[in-house]
Design a protein around this ligand. Structure first.
Ligand code: ATP
Length: 381
């Protein structure tokens, strides 16, 4: 039986408006070349540029559809600048587009931020002695608690600017569910590149912070139900060192929100940069997929942004839909997209400027559209 999936597409600001339309073309091509799969795309404007024109971050229709009807969400980048070059902000000081990108994570309870770190063949990594066989891990970041919950402020009654507080909240239930996600993910993967062992590394600062102690206790409790997965630990500062020295040791890495945020940018660097780093924000019912990069105003409007992060985010989306609905067709589409990306990188020199470094520094950079067309061609073949 063919199932139709409704997708909310939110390109957002800056390069989101360039890479998401290309990712949508790839999505349509993968769908039409896969039997038993149908999609219905609903595209809406949102973010800072929309706010400048409409004094809302998105339309009521966009908000209602995305929250209540969409089977999955694809988001570009959020963050615009006004005519004076200042970031467009809401009256409360948050960046315009905040309720889309951060709000959806909270409202739809997208508690797992998943960032695969995989080095593709013929992509430059800054690690001189490492290659694709060494770099293949997934960072699982808790996405709804930690330091980023909106419990913060300046203390009034003191000299202005003297004292600010950010409250960090960790709950046992939150730490347990993200740990469970990480262990389940390890069971689906083939283990760490170095030794093939299924391993989940808990990255925290439990030698110092109470929240991290609770996070680690919760990790250990959940880990007891996964005897086939090695429980592993690293303090966050040490992890950054180890990830550079021996990335091949890591399989699945789980961390509280703010630590996960920081270490996954390091992961992005290992796999060739933000232009090729996809992500998913996943809950039990809903999920939103987005490139790790933001709106990158410095390169917006030039047709130079790498569309692969957005395209690989579509592959993650199809994989999630297929797993959630026990439907093989979206999984087939995901595999086709990944193979087409591998083929485009592996057999052509068509690559955007961010990947024209090192061995490829003499290659003439391709445009956003040229790279996406190469991927689309690979799916259709
Ligand atoms: P934020 O993440 O807070 O939205 P931002 O929008 O300023 O920040 P990013 O979009 O994360 O920044 O990008 C940081 C830099 O990385 C950009 O200045 C750009 O040079 C580069 N970059 C990001 N995405 C891409 C891409 N898809 N292709 C090529 N370069 C990129």
């Amino acid at each position: 039986m063919t199932r139709k999936y409704k997708i909310s597409v939110l390109p957002g600001d800056g390069i989101g408006r360039e890479v998401i339309p290309e990712a949508v073309t790839v999505m349509r091509t993968a769908t039409s070349s896969t039997s038993g799969l149908e999609i219905e795309i609903h595209e809406f404007e949102c973010g800072g540029e929309y706010f400048l024109k409409n004094e809302r971050e998105w339309s009521e229709e966009a908000e209602a559809f995305t929250k209540n009807e969409a089977d999955a969400i694809l988001l570009g980048g959020i963050g615009a600048k006004d005519a004076e070059g200042k970031i467009v902000r809401l009256p409360d000081g948050n960046m315009a587009g905040y309720s889309v990108v951060i709000g959806l994570r909270q409202i739809l309870d997208l508690y797992a931020n998943i960032r695969p770190v995989k080095l593709y063949e013929r992509v430059p990594t800054p690690l001189a002695e490492k290659g694709p066989k060494d770099i293949d891990m997934v960072i699982v970041r808790e996405n709804t608690e930690g330091l980023y919950i909106p419990a913060r402020g300046r203390i009034t009654g003191r000299e202005e600017g003297d004292l600010a507080v950010d409250l960090r909240v960790i709950t046992a239930s939150g730490a347990e569910r993200i740990s469970r996600y990480a262990f389940n993910l390890a069971m689906e993967r083939g283990g760490a590149p170095s030794d093939g062992k299924r391993r989940v590394t808990c990255v925290d600062k439990s030698n110092l912070l109470a929240g991290c102690k609770l996070f680690r206790e919760s990790f250990n409790k959940i880990g007891e139900s996964f005897p086939d997965v090695v429980k592993d630990y690293a303090y966050v500062d040490a992890w950054t060192l180890l990830a550079i020295q021996k990335p091949e040791y890591f399989d699945v890495v789980v961390a509280p929100n703010e630590f996960g945020d920081i270490i996954s940018d390091l992961g992005g660097a290992l796999q060739g940069g933000l232009g090729i780093s996809p992500s998913g924000n996943i809950g039990d019912q809903h999920a939103m997929f987005e490139p790790v990069h933001g709106s990158a105003p410095d390169i917006a409007g030039k047709n130079v942004a790498n569309p692969l992060a957005a395209i690989l985010s579509v592959a993650m989306m199809f994989e999630w839909l297929g797993t959630k609905h026990n439907d093989k067709s979206p999984i087939t589409a995901a595999i086709k997209i990944r193979l087409a990306v591998e083929k485009a990188l592996g057999t052509s020199n068509i690559r955007t400027a961010d990947l024209c470094v090192g061995e490829w520094s003499k290659v003439k950079p391709s445009t956003t559209k040229e790279v996406a067309s190469e991927v689309t061609k690979g799916i259709a073949e």
